[in-house]
Design a protein around this ligand. Structure first.
Ligand SMILES: Nc1ncnc2c1ncn2[C@@H]1O[C@H](COP(=O)(O)OP(=O)(O)O)[C@@H](O)[C@H]1O
Length: 189
């Protein structure tokens, strides 16, 4: 599929407000990629595809994670985590995306992972700060994004972890490991 076909495909998978979010993530990811030296084309592609499975029925997502062995430990946590792995799987097997860097950035855009690549960081942060986002603290994260990907991402994960604690929800541990790893990176370890 070419870029226009992929845009049409993704747009058909989601309601209009999520398509606006996707476009916001694309613009922000390209800007961050240029600012921090990642590949803007890969950033735009990963951003376009990152939420493609977000509105797929949860039963279908759970089934795909089980059947295809996509990070099955996620099945014990919030279902919202699944769409990232399902999206990467669909991008690879149905949309012909072969670039593993792009696929990983889709795969880990919600949870993060230890030793995130530059592209992973760009997509994850763009998802937090695209212009349509309005959660408490988002402007502070936007300001941090002007000087440090890592500081901004830590603030983003802090906000997610605080939210999960306030809701009494379980925290998928990879996000905690991701945050620890980003703190080590900031300290130059
Ligand atoms: N480590 C985690 N453990 C459990 N749930 C998480 C974790 N990280 C993120 N989430 C859930 O995922 C949501 C964010 O997912 P995301 O794909 O960015 O959705 P949206 O784009 O709608 O904000 C958080 O609000 C939280 O509910």
């Amino acid at each position: 599929m070419d870029r226009e076909q992929l845009m049409g495909y993704v747009r058909n998978q989601m309601p209009e407000r999520r398509w606006l979010h996707t476009q916001g993530v694309m613009e922000t990811a390209v800007r961050l990629a240029k600012q921090y030296g990642a590949d803007p084309e890969k950033a735009e592609l990963a951003a376009l595809l990152h939420d493609l499975a977000k509105y797929w029925p949860i039963d279908k997502q759970r089934e795909m994670v089980r059947v295809h062995g996509l990070y099955p430990d996620m099945l014990d946590y919030d279902d919202v985590l699944l769409h990232a792995h399902v999206g990467a799987y669909v991008a690879k097997t149905e949309l012909g995306i072969e670039d593993e860097e792009v696929l990983d950035a889709i795969r880990f855009h919600t949870s993060g992972r230890e030793e995130m690549t530059l592209l992973d960081k760009v997509i994850c942060l763009a998802d937090y700060i695209e212009p349509g986002r309005e959660f408490p603290g988002v402007d502070g994260i936007r300001r941090l994004a002007e000087r440090s990907l890592e500081e901004a991402l830590i603030a983003g994960f802090d906000s997610t972890i605080r939210y999960l604690i306030a809701q009494g929800k379980k925290i998928y541990p990879l996000t905690v490991l991701t945050r620890n790893s980003l703190i080590d990176q900031l300290r130059g370890q």
